[in-house]
Design a binder for this molecule. Structure first.
Ligand code: FES
Length: 105
């Protein structure tokens, strides 16, 4: 899978990811700025907040209850396409576009 991370200023990182990894893990491992992943993926922070592109909306399981609650705590106000990127698990062949919010902390 491939992940396209767009920063608030328009810069983009394109990362070749491993299937089974999350969008958060992929960002942290590759030094993509703006995705913190403080809790390591256990849904107890909101520092992995991203905006998921419309075209990818159906590529992942919908927002779960715990994710929904944590999104309310995100440093940058949530939008309809907000996700916690630790919950976006990548599959072979996917091309995923996310935008990183202004702030995570
Ligand atoms: Fe903490 Fe995703 S890394 S909720």
């Amino acid at each position: 899978p491939k992940v396209f991370y767009t920063q608030p200023d328009g810069r983009q990182d394109v990362i070749e990811a491993a299937a089974g990894d999350s969008v958060m893990q992929t960002a942290v491992r590759n030094g993509v700025s703006g995705i913190v992943g403080q809790c390591g993926g256990s849904l107890s922070c909101a520092t992995c907040h991203v905006f998921l592109a419309e075209e990818n909306a159906d590529d992942f399981a919908p927002v779960g209850d715990d994710e929904d609650e944590m999104l309310d705590c995100a440093a940058t106000e949530r939008q309809d396409n907000s996700r916690l990127s630790c919950q976006l698990i990548l599959r072979d062949g996917q091309e995923v576009h996310v935008t990183v919010p202004e702030a995570q902390l």
